[in-house]
Design a protein around this ligand. Sequence first.
Ligand code: FAD
Length: 472
Amino acid sequence: MAPKKAKTVAVVGAGLVGTLEACMMAKRGYEVHLYEYRQDIRQMEHVPGRSINLAMSVRGRTGLGAVGVEEQIVQRHGIAMKARMIHSLDGTTKSIPYNREGKCIFSVGRRFVNEVLLTRAEDFPNVTIHFNHKLEACDLERGEMTFTNTATGERVSTRADLMIGCDGAYSNVRKQMLKRAHFNYKQEYIPHGYMELCIPATPDGEFAMPPNYLHIWPRGNYMMIALPNQDRSWTVTLFMPFEIFGTLTTPEELLSFFQTNYPDAIPLIGREKLINDFFSNKPLPMISVKCSPYHVGNTSVIMGDAAHAMVPFYGQGMNCGMEDCVVLNEILDQYGDDLTKALPAYSKRRNPDAEAIVDLAMYNYVEMRDLVNSPFFLLRKKLDDFLSIILPGRWQPLYTMVTFSRRPYSSCIANKTWQDKVIMRVSRVAGVACVAALARVALQAVREPAAQQAGRDALMWVSQAASRAWQG
Ligand code: FAD
């Protein structure tokens, strides 16, 4: 039987992933309708919403490259961040490079990326964008959708051969999937919220801090980060438990909190600005979502945050969502656009990887605010760097695999588990070898025949223990 090729595709949600997916499907020759709740952000003065800038790395860049906008977004407008810059409580800073080979991540503006992708989608004659269209209901098997036109209040019903839900962490398409049997779903809100503040450019229009870094103020239960913007300001994100946000109710309480935890940030943000920005904002929640499968029959699929929202601590939410588009494209190539085969194959291949990065992001939630400051983290980083020099290609630190490669996320975790085992074994043997060396010195030092025999016995015991440690 000839593969059944869908003709019309409806992409719901024109955010970072939906716009890229619309371009990808248009490139494959489908007739694409892109529906977006908001009005056209290119015509808005201020776009409300989450994170002003984002860290873009290899997976996102691959997606952008596939539709020809990587150079425009990353090379021309991205700001390279080659290392983390850690701010200690005493005001000193130290840099921890992301990568021994000098690879970097890029700070890009969310709005800018979204606008470039919208304009790119419009370049395709087979793409129609419907702004002010809010998906209200859909029939996943028939591909039928009902929208409200938020500008006119009118109800609009339509259908497509394939419906792609890219409508974000609180996805309406996913809500419809939830009503079906055999759809697994898990969500988790973490106790921390986030609030965005701003370090403005200096009066002479310069960056107030060294620009090619992701600045981090790790403080155990709290954390603050800052990413550079094109206009030489910094978007600062403060992460802390909602209950701590709740205790900061007056300017005095806020300033005293900053004086205790982030004293060097006060002059950078400015006292007045800190007070104004903090009290005119409210902390936002962070949610983590796992679900499966991502498709229904050969008619519907979810991608991006709709399928796997994650906490932002690995800087991979957008990157993973953009890689979703690349993976679906590869699978459509493989099955000659036969959706009956391609959609189940997509769910099967993508789910373990998406869940792996959701888990890693949660793990980094602790690492970033705590471990980045810890001697063990720094020691492990040095060891990883050393091993990647003596075992080039064989040994890559986890962060490098996740951020600077397209190795499947689940394989990154499996590789890290193997590395941990090797390090554990080697350190056990090294520990035992140290004891053996000490025993040997002791043996030489002891002259009496009876004591020598005891020393020999000890040496024998130690070498047996070393060999057991190596085997087990
Ligand atoms: P969204 O960007 O949420 O887009 C969904 C779109 O669907 C929106 O335009 C929305 O208006 C539309 N929509 C919603 N409902 C409907 C409806 N019913 N009908 C029609 N349209 C609808 N990721 C990184 O890779 N790097 C980072 O550095 C990074 N930093 C982050 C920092 C913070 C504080 C946060 C919260 C997230 C961060 N992320 C980062 C994650 C990233 O923001 C998301 O993973 C990414 O935005 C997901 O894109 P999306 O298109 O799937 O969803």
